[in-house]
Design a protein around this ligand. Structure first.
Ligand code: GTP
Ligand code: MG
Ligand code: ZN
Length: 280
């Protein structure tokens, strides 16, 4: 039987089958160690006397390490305006990570209600929209509907950004656990413990545990330079074909930044990330 892994807790895999039934399964053979299934995987399950065993993982269309998930249509960066603070540095780092996995990044902004003056944040949002990114405000129900309808999405973002709360708004029957208000101001309170795919609006959305920091060491300079959606129209137009758009002469990306065709904010964050990269 073919099904999709929707939740993993202590090496027990909940698999949802095409007929909408679900079973808790175990991984068999080599899938126990080297090539374990992740949430989102399509798997082949065989029923034995007393257990359901996962025998095979079907080919993945994509695979994201942070958070760990496979076969999604889009990754939605959930960013709060406050508690924790809005950070374009963090959004851009997530954009690079998601794009490296060939997944489309989208952005949902939460907690606008906590601000008296939204001018600064609306300015940043404009910058993302001008660069071609889809940004949806949590208060815009219709846009949220269109964002998630019929798609497989994974939510990512800092702990406390409001990922589980967003899911509870989209489907109040879920009643997912969220941080208590009194604790919401403190950092490092991780409320969601595991990745879980939830059926939603004719598609699925994965709630995931938030993080408190991101490291970039696994990126090589060349792979980072190919993981910035803003640069895509200019790739192949630089004088040197191994250009990482830093100080090289005849760089088409740098020229586009100077001509204000690429956001200077994003380019600045790219240069910061480039410094953190290991290897060519
Ligand atoms: N005022 C306001 N508070 C919100 C909003 N969204 C979430 N919160 C609050 O922010 C806190 C954190 O929300 P969660 O949904 O638990 O955050 P999370 O991203 O799921 O956090 P982790 O599971 O730890 O990754 C909770 O106290 C929520 O009630 C919002 O739009 N406005
Ligand atoms: Mg959560
Ligand atoms: Zn270049």
């Amino acid at each position: 039987m073919k099904g999709r892994v929707i939740c993993i807790i202590s090496q027990r895999y909940t698999v949802l089958f095409e007929d909408n039934t679900r079973e808790v399964c175990v991984a068999m053979g080599k899938l126990r160690k080297t090539m374990s299934p992740v949430v989102g995987d399509f798997v082949e399950v065989v029923k034995y006397d007393d257990v359901y065993g996962i025998e095979k993982i079907y080919d993945r269309t994509n695979y994201l390490v942070r958070p760990l998930i496979a076969n999604v249509d889009q990754a939605v960066i959930v960013m709060s305006c406050k508690d924790p603070d809005f950070s374009t540095t963090l959004i851009d780092r997530l954009i690079f990570l998601i794009s490296e996995a060939n997944i489309t990044p989208k952005i949902v902004v939460t907690k606008l209600d906590l601000l008296d003056d939204t001018t600064e944040i609306m300015g940043y949002i404009e910058d993302y929209r001008n660069s071609g990114y889809e940004v949806v405000l949590k208060s815009d129900e219709e846009a949220l509907d269109n964002l998630f309808k019929g798609r497989i999405s994974v939510l990512t973002g800092q702990s406390g950004a409001g990922k589980s709360s967003l899911l509870n708004v989209l489907d109040p029957t879920l009643e997912l656990r969220t941080q208590e208000i009194s604790k919401a101001l403190g950092r490092g309170k991780h409320t969601t413990r595991h990745v879980e795919l939830l059926p939603m609006k004719g598609g699925y959305i994965a709630d995931t545990p938030g993080f408190s920091s991101l490291d970039f060491e696994h990126f090589s300079r060349s792979s980072l330079s190919n993981s910035v959606p803003d640069f895509e129209p200019y790739i192949g137009m630089c004088k040197f074909n191994d250009c990482v758009h830093e100080h090289e002469p005849g760089c088409a990306v740098k020229a586009a930044v100077d001509a204000k065709k690429i956001s200077a904010i994003r380019y600045g964050h790219y240069l910061e990330c480039l410094k953190l990269c290991k290897g060519k």
